[in-house]
Ligand binder design. Structure first.
Ligand SMILES: [Zn+2]
Length: 239
């Protein structure tokens, strides 16, 4: 380490930066199994929520219909009582008779309307409990995958920690203005701040470098020579 030139140390800084970039990308790259398990649980949750909302609406309608049924049944009972009270009045009998018939018909219609509503309520209740069961069944598997992923991310952080420590040590021994400029170039170029010269070319942008630039690069001084085409710092690693 100690026999490295400042420029070689800057190159090592870049190696560490690139490996930290890779760790960051890797961290965001969740395993397919976890992604799929999360999506499935979300889907079940959403479907359950929708089913419960629909069920609530149907239950309200069933309740209202049952209430209306009870009230018609009460009306029928009252009409029958009245009919009995007036057992000897033929005109009242016929009036109550047709009133009763109307009410019975109405009751029948309401019962017919209520039957499919009850069936729908039963279906939705069954569907909701099925979805709840599926969600419950999937939970341990998802928890296991989440746990494994937490470990994966912790591992990546630990790896990154070593790189960050080494980077901090290296940067501490380098000219701060050069490091700052390197950081700016790397940020602007989204990757490399320091490019190797290979066969007289800048390996980042592939431009052929003038001989005087190549010669200056060969000296390996700080601040480093920049590529006249892409503006990156240049280094020779083959010497
Ligand atoms: Zn270049």
């Amino acid at each position: 380490m100690t026999d490295q030139t400042p420029l070689q140390r800057l190159h090592r800084v870049q190696e560490l930066d690139l490996s930290l970039d890779r760790l960051r990308d890797e961290e965001a790259n969740f395993p397919e199994a976890l992604r799929a398990a999360r999506a499935e649980q979300d889907r079940l949750n959403n479907e359950l929520e929708e089913t419960e909302i629909t069920l609530e609406g149907v239950e309200k309608r069933v309740k209202q219909a049952e209430f209306d049924l009870t009230s018609v049944r009460d009306q029928i009972a009252r009409a029958k009582e009245e009919q009995e009270k007036n057992a000897f009045d033929a005109r009242a009998q016929s009036q109550y008779g047709s009133r009763l018939q109307q009410l019975e018909e109405r009751l029948e219609e309401m019962e017919e309307d209520l039957a499919p509503l009850r069936e729908r309520q039963r279906e939705l209740t069954e569907k909701a409990s099925g979805l709840r069961e599926q969600h419950r069944t999937g939970r341990p598997g998802l928890a296991e995958l989440e746990g494994a992923d937490e470990k994966r991310i912790k591992g990546l952080h630990a790896q990154g920690e070593n790189s960050r420590t080494e980077r901090a040590e290296l940067v501490g021994g380098l000219d701060s203005r050069t490091v700052k400029e390197y950081d700016q170039i790397r940020k602007a170029k989204k990757g490399l701040g320091l490019a190797e010269v290979k066969a007289g070319r800048c390996s980042a942008c592939n431009v052929m470098l003038p001989v005087n630039i190549q010669q200056k690069v060969a000296l390996g001084n700080i601040p480093p020579v920049k590529c006249p085409s892409c503006g990156r710092f240049l280094i020779r690693l083959d010497m």
